[in-house]
Design a protein around this ligand. Structure first.
Ligand code: DC
Length: 224
């Protein structure tokens, strides 16, 4: 089989990765592989079937997915990724605040990371993909020639998240979101395995003052 193309987009929360990955995949006619959604699916499973927290249950979660590989499915509709668990579409459920709060236990676990990485490699064997994540260019597909690291000022990233979640841009809810975002950055960057960092050969794009089209254009220029 000829090797398929992998475009890796890494960066912190709110840097624009998922929006850019969606637009870019449409332009390139690739699939958009959302790696965070796979971590969220493992987390959702832990919360749904194993207990009120995933902390301490990471091995059990990884073990279940390795014994039941067909119970997690990923499909694409118009380049949008749908996540299926035990035959149910859980694409919306994995965005809940509980999953967002708990996902760090799963993403800190080497056993869970191995499950997610294997899933991504299987998909990249079948499809041309744009993948967004934290360690795609550094760890999962270090051999790809197409690596981008998206970043933006923290206040801009928090503002983008707040708009997505319909949270007013001032007040307690926004301050909490801002604090959570900084904490997530710190935990993603401090993680012992596969921390968030820019690959040496990745193109850095600061999206703070760029529109979606401008970022997509910049990436397309590099790809060409
Ligand atoms: O992008 P997201 O918010 O859906 O990601 C959910 C969590 O998964 C996030 O806290 C970081 C983690 N993650 C990771 O460790 N490695 C990836 N490749 C993608 C996400």
């Amino acid at each position: 089989m000829t090797a398929k193309t992998v475009v890796a987009l890494d960066g912190p929360a709110g840097s624009g990765k998922s929006t850019i990955a969606r637009h870019l995949s449409q332009r390139l006619q690739f699939e958009y592989l959302d790696s965070g959604a796979i971590y969220r699916t493992l987390t959702y499973f832990g919360l749904q079937y194993l207990g009120a927290t995933c902390q301490g249950r990471e091995e059990e979660i990884a073990d279940w997915f390795s014994r039941n590989p067909d119970q997690m499915k990923i499909t694409y509709v118009d380049h949008t990724q749908l996540m299926w668990l035990k035959g149910k579409d859980i694409s919306q459920h994995i965005r809940s605040p509980e999953v967002t709060r708990e996902v760090r236990f799963v993403s800190d676990s080497p056993a869970c990371r191995e499950i997610v990485n294997q899933k991504m490699r299987d998909l990249a064997d079948r499809y041309e993909v744009v993948i967004d994540g934290r360690d795609i260019g550094t760890k999962v597909f270090p051999q790809t020639r197409y690596k981008f690291y998206l970043d933006a000022k923290p206040e801009i990233r928090a503002t983008r998240r707040a708009k997505e979640m319909n949270i007013p841009l001032q007040g307690d809810a926004f301050n909490r979101l801002y604090k959570d975002l900084l904490e997530r950055d710190a935990s993603d960057m401090a993680r012992k395995i596969a921390p968030l960092c820019q690959a040496e050969d990745a193109h850095l794009i600061d999206t703070s003052d760029l529109t979606i089209d401008e970022v997509v254009e910049k990436i397309s220029t590099h790809l060409n």
